[in-house]
Ligand binder design. Structure first.
Ligand code: NAP
Length: 246
């Protein structure tokens, strides 16, 4: 229970990787604010966390809206008294080949995946600075390093997270705040299931460990980065891919 008494915010926690992260942090003893844009799924995650014996409060908020993120922080302060761990997980894909990519698809993906991380980090950071303690973990993607056909907007947003993570890690280091990012590979979630099988199967065959990842594979690494075992890590970008595209 190395996170006992710690207060965590996880965005996009209604399903997939975010849900697994919320459950893992709760298993380690953390109390949680779980956010999602989807009211049904986020309530379900909060109930699952509570069943593990820690506190959980569901907030329905769109991370790309500053006012919504202000609400997340308000609830965290009111219900938990502060934030020790922020996991910026919410992310979307709106796939199209470059020549067909619409302004709306570009803006939507950049707004959720990148501006959302900016808002959450900027609004949570003052608490962490005040208490001289914080762990910020950003969920990027291996596509942020290698790129991919049909998702230039997504890959650009995930590469942007790398620059953001390293810059904020430098800025906040003096306050004992660690800022790191994870680049997942192919992880079995509704997002991945959106990829047509004829593209997905060859990719899976190319993974040295021979399987897609489980959401828990990412959650385990988040739990490590959220703990004091990782206190000498900042600005690191960890690839959790089963060796895919190493
Ligand atoms: P997912 O199954 O689609 O879950 C993402 C969750 O975020 C959903 O519950 C979604 O709500 C929510 N969400 C979407 N827009 C939001 C917003 N504006 N504000 C708050 N919540 C929002 O995706 P996932 O596979 O778990 O992915 C989680 C993160 O890992 C993402 O950042 C993704 O880019 C990254 N990642 C995933 C993989 C993979 O293979 N799965 C690989 C690399 C990186 P709805 O239910 O309404 O959509």
């Amino acid at each position: 229970m190395d996170l006992k008494g710690k207060r965590a915010v996880v965005t996009g926690a209604g399903q997939g990787i975010g849900r697994a992260i919320a459950l893992k942090l709760a298993q380690r003893g953390a109390d949680l604010i779980v956010d999602d844009i989807n009211p049904q799924t986020v309530k379900r995650t909060a109930q699952e966390v509570q069943a593990l014996g820690t506190k959980a409060f569901a907030v329905v908020a769109d991370v790309s809206q500053r006012a919504d993120v202000e609400e997340i922080v308000k609830v965290a302060l009111r219900e938990l008294g502060g934030v020790d761990i922020l996991v910026n997980n919410a992310g979307i894909a709106r796939s199209a080949l470059l020549l067909r990519l619409k302004d709306e698809q570009w803006d939507e993906v950049l707004n959720v995946n990148l501006k959302g991380i900016f808002y959450c980090t900027q609004l949570v950071a003052p608490q962490m600075i005040k208490q001289r303690y914080g762990k910020i973990i950003n969920i990027s993607s291996i596509y942020g390093r290698i790129g991919t056909i049909g998702d230039a907007n997504y890959a650009a947003s995930k590469a942007g997270i790398v620059g953001f993570t390293k810059s904020v890690a430098r800025e906040l280091a003096r306050y004992n705040i660690n800022v790191n990012a994870i680049m997942p590979g192919l992880i079995d979630t509704p997002l991945l299931r959106g990829i047509p099988d004829k593209y997905l199967q060859p990719m899976i065959e190319d993974v040295p460990l021979g399987r897609v990842g489980k959401p828990e594979d990412i959650a385990n690494v988040v739990a490590f980065l959220a703990s004091d075992d990782a206190s000498y890590m900042t600005g690191a970008i960890l690839e959790v891919t089963g060796g895919w595209n190493m």
